[in-house]
Design a protein around this ligand. Structure first.
Ligand SMILES: [Zn+2]
Length: 193
């Protein structure tokens, strides 16, 4: 499942097919417009260079935290401090919500800029940690892909960002590796089997 925060992290794109090509989409106007539309956020496009720099730094910190969570690590006091600093950039106002007869309380972003967007990303990440489960944060098992995602499947066994793409690719790679291994095996050892 793609989330507000994983989509932000994945702006650092790696070619999953293994060409070694990667692209930082954060500074691209096309990505910025896509991202705002996708998550219904408002901010100025294109983002100025200085803000892009701040966003990159934040993305890298958030990526570190995600990788640590995947490895079973914990959120440190330093992480808390950094997340609070980012959350501070985007104030929210409270609003009563009524959806299908259900009463609720909503938090509406106050500002319409990329500082607010970063705060929403940090809040989304925290929500996944708090309401969801830390153990559901995944990094695609295809080493060329490294796509970050949230595993919302029932049995939590999702290994690839996309089974049809990375899943199939890895299956083919495993098959080829096995075949090669079999071919390389000496003829006499073959008889032992
Ligand atoms: Zn993948």
């Amino acid at each position: 499942m793609e989330t507000l925060w994983s989509d932000f992290l994945n702006s650092e794109w790696h070619d999953w097919k293994g060409s070694g090509y990667s692209e930082d989409r954060l500074g691209q106007e096309k990505w910025q417009t896509y991202y705002l539309n996708q998550w219904q956020l408002k901010a100025q496009v294109p983002v100025d260079e200085e803000t892009v720099g701040v966003m990159r730094e934040f993305r890298s910190r958030l990526h570190d935290m995600s990788v640590r969570c995947v490895a079973g690590g914990v959120i440190t006091a330093e992480d808390v401090e950094d997340l609070n600093r980012i959350l501070d950039l985007g104030p929210v106002k409270r609003m009563v919500k009524m959806e299908a007869g259900e009463l609720g309380i909503g938090f509406v972003p106050v500002r319409e800029d990329w500082q607010q967007v970063m705060a929403e990303v940090a809040a989304g990440f925290l929500r996944s940690l708090i309401d969801g489960e830390r153990g559901r944060i995944r990094i695609c098992d295809n080493p060329d892909c490294r796509w970050v995602f949230y595993d919302d499947t029932r049995n939590r066994t999702k290994k690839y960002c996309d089974d049809k793409m990375c899943g199939n690719l890895m299956k083919v790679r495993r098959f080829r590796a096995k075949k090669k291994q079999e071919q390389n095996r000496a003829p006499d050892s073959k008889e032992d089997k």
